[in-house]
Design a protein around this ligand. Structure first.
Ligand code: KIV
Length: 259
């Protein structure tokens, strides 16, 4: 996979993206031949146990990008730029985006609209592909006042459409739309030439992205936009509980496990 192929998929074939944070999740995602692996800063919530993505650092991201690259040597990997790694100015943004590529990412993703057009232009001019992210932008949770669906008012719709155009003109190769009304996500998808990848943004985006732990049922939250394909949490809980009981009852190790 590469950015040219991803862009050519628009309107022809749905793009599938999933987050991956470590060696095993990357191996599984690569084994499924998923189009794009996103090392999301959602690792702050699902792997590190923070209540938002705000505390996630560049150091955290680089460790996880390297692990994902080891698990998926051939995959197209997008590294998520964490809070304050690109907001301070284009120079800092280029430097941090470059570190992500050196760690193994093929592209970076950053949250925000028109206000980051110049930064995106500068990053892409340095040879680093950028994926945009509009709608509910988790790093701005404190400003947005919670997980709110975007695009519900005429002002919000107009801003999203304007931001999507600005990201396209700045050189983004695709845009994530998170928690956007289906109608507005469709309108954005039809108004830009680059693919949109939705999460909680309905059926008409060019692709979909979900968090690995939600897909496999390792996370516990209930979100309307998630489809859970397995109950891994309970499978793991049962396995660990059975192991504990076997040791307590002196069933494990048995003669098959000894030297
Ligand atoms: O960090 C993440 O997992 C994301 C997705 C929700 C798109 O940004």
């Amino acid at each position: 996979m590469n950015i040219r192929k991803i862009m050519e998929m628009k309107g022809k074939e749905p793009i599938v993206m999933i987050t991956a944070y470590d060696y095993p999740s990357a191996k599984i995602a690569a084994g499924s031949e998923i189009d794009i692996l996103l090392v999301g800063d959602s690792l702050g919530n699902v792997v590190l146990g923070y209540d938002s993505t705000v505390p996630v650092t560049m150091e955290d991201m680089l460790i996880h990008i390297k692990a994902v690259r080891r698990g998926a040597p051939e995959a197209f990997i997008v590294g998520d730029m964490p809070f304050l790694s690109y907001e301070i100015g284009p120079e800092k943004a280029i430097e941090n985006a470059g570190l992500m590529l050196k760690a193994g990412a093929n592209a970076v993703k950053l949250e925000g609209g028109e206000e980051f057009a110049d930064t995106i232009r500068r990053i892409t001019s340095s040879g680093i592909p950028v994926m945009g992210h509009l709608g509910f932008t988790p790093q701005s949770v404190n400003l947005l006042g919670g997980h709110r669906v975007q695009g519900k008012t005429p002002e919000s719709r107009a801003k999203l459409l304007k931001d999507a155009k600005a990201l396209e003109n700045a050189g983004c190769f695709s845009i994530v739309l998170e928690l956007v009304t289906e109608e507005v996500a469709k309108e954005i998808t039809e108004s830009v030439k680059i693919p949109t990848i939705g999460i909680g943004a309905g059926r008409y985006c060019d692709g979909q992205v979900l968090v690995f732990h939600d897909v496999v049922g390792l996370s516990q939250g209930e979100f309307k936009f998630v489809k859970r394909y397995a109950d891994t949490y309970n499978i793991m809980l049962n396995a660990v509980t059975q192991y504990k009981e076997d040791v307590k009852r002196k069933i494990f190790p048995d003669e098959k496990n000894v030297f």
